[in-house]
Design a protein around this ligand. Sequence first.
Ligand code: ATP
Length: 321
Amino acid sequence: MAIERIAVLTSGGDSPGMNAAIRAVVRTGLARGLKVFGVRHGYQGLVNGEFIPMDSFMVSDMLQRGGTGLFTARSKEFMTEEGFRRALMMLESFKIDGLVVIGGDGSMRGALDLAKHGVAVAGLPGTIDNDLAYTDYTIGFDTAVNTAVNAIGNLRDTSSAHGMVTIVELMGRHCGDIALFAGIASGGDIIVMPETEYSLEDICREVVEGRNAGKLHCLILVAEGAPFSCQDIKEAVQERTGMESRITVLGHVQRGGSPTAFDRILASRLGAHGVDALIEGKKAVAVGIRNNEIFDMDMAKALEMKRPERTELIRLGEILK
Ligand code: ATP
């Protein structure tokens, strides 16, 4: 049976490019003759029935904006039996034939639960963390890396001026991709992430070697999921080398801002593909990009995949430091 009504929501942490994805879903849906609803506040909005009919004008002037015009949430209620039932009931009462979920790993797991209860879902990877294994890139990652690169550039200036060790914490939860990509793009001296096996001693040795080689600055980039905190590193550097250091936590600065052209195009392609997948009758797919091709695959299989090792990039970072 042909689908007639779809809905779209954003869930979990916001990421730059989510608006471009919403816009693509709405305009592709309308172009294919569907009725399109936006659900505000992610799964919490699903539970509460916050459905709004979308027209083309409602998504104008949002392509370039960070955040999400549909708002987002982390919903505990959706994960309770009663909340989940209400979400299903709302989808039924608004006669939704297909749902596009834009979010990270947790949001995809929520979408999979809905699919197991008969809702056709297409998941788009929306998170700055780049921690979804099935796709090369997630929406917002490129913007977050660029934001980090700009900030690290500023910190490098002051680090050189004072001859000081600069320790920067980057986001990414258990995934070190933001630190790794930003580190390579900004010439970071030491990149500490969950996937590398640096000890505090190694870090201190590299700090001293850099100084002995005549480097004025020393940039240590630390992924938030790394085995040591920035404070651990600061204390070790002070104690073992006698050098002073400063910690900067970039934090949510990395989540905001206007999306890069890469993220806008990625989000637009993923959004359009998600709608087409639902029209084709697919029931539970994760949409992603691999080797610059947009594709979809079984959502359960996508969530089981292991992230590729970053051996080449880690080695590159170590050579080019
Ligand atoms: P980000 O990577 O930016 O944090 P995310 O989508 O992983 O995004 P979460 O907070 O993990 O963010 O998940 C968003 C929402 O999805 C949760 O608030 C919850 O409602 C739902 N959710 C998370 N994990 C699950 C799960 N295992 N099963 C069902 N629903 C889930």
